[in-house]
Design a protein around this ligand. Structure first.
Ligand SMILES: [Zn+2]
Length: 273
């Protein structure tokens, strides 16, 4: 937390404008882990001060910019602040309701451009941790990255954290999966459920292992990544401007219908902030 507000703002701006890493190189090394469909082995690292403080929570509004690229605005609500995008979200549903569209022949609610946009920008919970990405370690690259998780994936991690099968009763510290000496690697397993990505098959490896050799662990724990910096929310002005742009985009463009998203679809494989 030794950061100045100016540094945080700069960092936030950088995070907000960062392209998805798979979009191409050239912008340097990302601090964010990216994962492929299938198995992705990671080792979550304990918090630097308190081991159990290994994650932080936040919320993001996802939106498409004028070029159609997906971007994030970090919701101000988790910080107890007024969020212009949340206000807009509720306003959109109010406008949708005012249209009194009712239901179609199949009994489904008739969509409107207001409802469609509200669905898109709804704040989604995010959880962030720091972990060692085994594939990067094997490739000889810096493996310590931020790992962004949807509620669904984080639920899998927390289940493993509190599951007695992954605790070590012979160990006075009752070690959990994030323990350096007697912890467990975790498999972020991404499967395709229709058009959505699913994380439900993610789980900890049963075998307890050391995270790495002492020199590696010392280096990993000495990482520069600051979880607290991710808690920083978007500025009010930035949110206002975003709402203005979204509002403008509602009018000239015809509405594209979006499919009904299942509750676990909020990730779409793009969890990064
Ligand atoms: Zn919000």
């Amino acid at each position: 937390m030794a950061k100045t507000l100016a540094e945080l703002r700069e960092m936030h701006k950088k995070i907000m404008t960062e392209d998805k890493p798979q979009g191409g190189g050239g912008q340097g090394v990302s601090n964010w882990a990216t994962f492929q469909d299938g198995d992705n082995m990671v080792r979550f690292l304990p918090g630097k001060n308190d081991p159990l403080e290994f994650f932080v929570e936040g919320a993001v509004h996802k939106y498409q910019n004028s070029e159609g690229q997906w971007r994030n605005y970090k919701c101000r609500k988790p910080a107890g602040e007024k969020c212009p995008v949340c206000d807009f979200y509720f306003d959109l549903w109010r406008r949708h309701k005012d249209l009194n569209l009712g239901k179609d022949a199949t009994g489904k609610n008739v969509k409107s451009k207001f409802g469609d946009m509200a669905t898109k920008i709804k704040a989604k919970e995010r959880f962030y941790a720091i972990g060692v990405v085994r594939a990067l370690e094997e490739a000889g690259e810096d493996p310590v990255k931020f790992i962004a998780m949807s509620k669904q994936l984080f639920d899998r991690v927390m289940s493993a954290m509190i599951n007695e099968d992954f605790q070590d009763e012979d160990d006075p510290d009752n070690s959990t999966i994030i323990d350096i000496e007697r912890g467990n690697d975790f498999n972020i397993r991404i499967t395709q459920q229709g058009q959505w990505k699913s994380f439900v098959e993610s789980q900890a490896k049963y075998k307890k292992t050391r995270a790495g050799n002492p020199a590696q662990v010392a280096e990993w724990m000495d990482n520069e990544l600051n979880l607290q910096s991710l808690v920083e929310v978007g500025s009010y002005e930035e949110g206002k401007e975003l709402v203005m742009n979204l509002e403008a985009s509602l009018n000239p463009i015809k509405t594209e219908t979006t499919s009904e998203a299942p509750p676990w679809s909020d990730d779409k494989g793009d969890l990064q902030v």
